[in-house]
Structure formats: structure tokens, C-alpha cells
Design a protein. Structure first.
Length: 144
């Protein structure tokens, strides 16, 4: 595989999201067994896609609901985990929210991924709950 050469692209709504949806399908549906991956929020979200040498390797989205910014569908292809791709996704999502005037981001973290989000400055909030078959916890970060 060699050393990753990461590039970043953005899309708004469902335009040009084929690569983002590919990464999400590979991670959430095929690898983790989720059934309800795509939703109406995709049409109003900003999607970031991370590429290595032109191949999609990570993605995430942000959207605003009731004045609050939410991040989600953060996924990294298995071979690229532990190589900084997730951090690049989070930095880009946070910068996009700042650019759009936001001061905090909420997300729903898979419980076993909570450590990753804590290392990126997110704090847990509330109780653990199930989304489909997987325990999640809400987390939040101030990005002023």
C-alpha cells in the first residue's frame, strides 16, 4: 500500500456522493451489519470524502438540525485505520462547521469507538442506547 497520500473533497447533498456512500456501505453495512445506512439527512448534509491516490478511504458528514450541528456516518476503510484518516475526517468536519458559523458539534458514537472521539476532544453526554444492534453514546465538542 505504501505511504498514504491523502486528498480531501467535499460534496453538498447527494451530488457526487458515490464514493462516500461506497465507504459507508463497506464499513457500516458489509463489515458491521447495519441495515439502515442511508437516510433523508444525506440530502441536506455536507459530505467529506478522503482519498488515497484517488481511492476513497474515508468519509463523514455534517448537517444542522434545530440550530445544532451534527457529525455522523464517519467511516474509514479497514486497511486505513490507525493511519490518521479518522483524524483528518474530524478536522475537516470541524473546519466546515466553523466556516458555516457553528460553535459545537454533536455526534452519536458507537460505544467501542468512544476512545477515538475522546482523543479528538469530544465529551460523552447522556446514557448509552442502542442504534440497530450496536450500543452508542452521544458526544459533543465545542469548536470555537
Amino acid at each position: 500500500m505504501g505511504r498514504p497520500r491523502l486528498t480531501v473533497e467535499w460534496s453538498k447533498g447527494k451530488a457526487n456522493t458515490t464514493d462516500a456512500f461506497y465507504v459507508r456501505a463497506m464499513v457500516f453495512m458489509i463489515e458491521q451489519g447495519f441495515k439502515n445506512e442511508y437516510d433523508d439527512l444525506d440530502a441536506k448534509s455536507w459530505h467529506v470524502i478522503i482519498y488515497d491516490h484517488g481511492e476513497p478511504v474515508g468519509t463523514g458528514r455534517v448537517y444542522q438540525k434545530d440550530g445544532q450541528w451534527h457529525a455522523g456516518r464517519i467511516a474509514v476503510i479497514e486497511n486505513y485505520r490507525g493511519k490518521g484518516v479518522g483524524r483528518v475526517i474530524m478536522q475537516n468536519l470541524e473546519e466546515k462547521v466553523k466556516e458555516l458559523g457553528g460553535t459545537s458539534i454533536e455526534l452519536s458514537a458507537q460505544l467501542d469507538k468512544q476512545g477515538f472521539y475522546k482523543r479528538n476532544g469530544y465529551k460523552p453526554r447522556g446514557q448509552v442506547y442502542n442504534d440497530e444492534h450496536c450500543p452508542h453514546i452521544d458526544m459533543v465538542k465545542e469548536i470555537r
